[in-house]
Design a protein around this ligand. Structure first.
Ligand SMILES: N[C@@H](CCC(=O)N[C@@H](CS)C(=O)NCC(=O)O)C(=O)O
Length: 261
């Protein structure tokens, strides 16, 4: 029996986990939940509130993108999710941890704040969803979902300013990791998946795209996830307050659209 990956659609850690299943050539199917409602469903069903969560064919449960990638590496070490060499492995694990603990939550906070500002953008991110949620119902529930998600993720003006201020330095760090050969190799490793999935979602935010365009970090994101739901997703201005730090870079040049890059 194949594995079951429990997800919410367009979630970046869920994308990382799914890519790991694909790279290790594991049979799986996706079980999708509506965002925020999934917290109660997952808690009731598995005693764990977040996605991704993987139930292996033998019934074993693995919660969290890093744990899932680790388990898949144990099952299929030849896929190279983690290097065999101890030093290289430690460097990949450290980069993956940073991606999970810093970059991933920042992108999530920015996403929910952006949707709060531009609720119609949720339609782009819902493209490809398997949930039978009619658009009028989605439009109705999105403001409530946003508020709850922002609250759960402690996303507010303070976090927005801090996340936007941190982004340029983080992208420099990612480019350095690529230059050092820790990530960005021909075969995606655990840190590529963790960092690349977050950057790929970030690239769907028009306000963030000018920071990413043309960088090695963008090549990495595109290599890890060639396509991502929500292309052209958060329109300019969704992440910025008027006169805010990123408002000067909020325009998307026509040549700079991720889908055409
Ligand atoms: N760092 C964890 C976090 C996963 C996480 O927070 N997932 C979000 C969806 S992107 C979630 O399920 N949040 C539910 C909540 O609000 O607690 C991972 O990579 O698995």
């Amino acid at each position: 029996m194949g594995h079951r990956l429990h997800v919410i659609h367009a979630s970046h850690p869920c994308v990382a986990a799914e890519r790991a299943l694909q790279l290790t050539r594991q049979p799986y199917r996706v079980v999708e939940y509506p965002p925020v409602l999934h917290v109660a469903a997952m808690q009731l069903r598995f005693g764990h509130p977040t996605v991704p969560l993987l139930v292996l064919g033998n019934g074993e449960r693995v919660a969290g993108s890093r744990a899932i990638v680790r388990r898949l590496d144990e099952l299929v070490p030849q896929a190279g999710l983690l290097p065999a060499d101890a030093v290289a492995r430690e460097r990949v694990l450290a980069a993956e941890r940073w991606g999970d603990e810093e970059l991933q939550p920042a992108v999530r906070r920015l996403f929910w704040l952006g949707i709060k500002q531009s609720p119609r953008a949720i339609d782009g991110y819902a493209a490809g969803s398997r949930l039978p949620l009619p658009r009028p119902l989605r439009t109705l529930v999105t403001p409530v979902v946003c508020r709850l998600a922002a609250w759960r993720n402690r996303a507010d003006e303070t976090s927005r300013r801090a996340d936007l201020a941190a982004l340029p330095g983080w992208l420099d760090d990612v480019d350095q990791l690529i230059a050092d050969g820790v990530i960005g190799g021909p075969q995606p490793n655990a840190a590529d998946l963790q960092i690349g999935s977050s950057l790929r979602m970030l690239a769907t935010f028009a306000d963030a795209w000018p920071l990413l365009a043309g960088r090695p970090a963008w090549q990495l994101a595109r290599q890890v996830c060639p396509v991502y739901p929500g292309e052209g997703g958060l329109p300019p201005g969704s992440l910025t307050t008027s006169g805010g730090p990123a408002s000067r870079t909020s325009s998307l040049s026509p040549a700079g659209n991720p889908s055409s890059a």
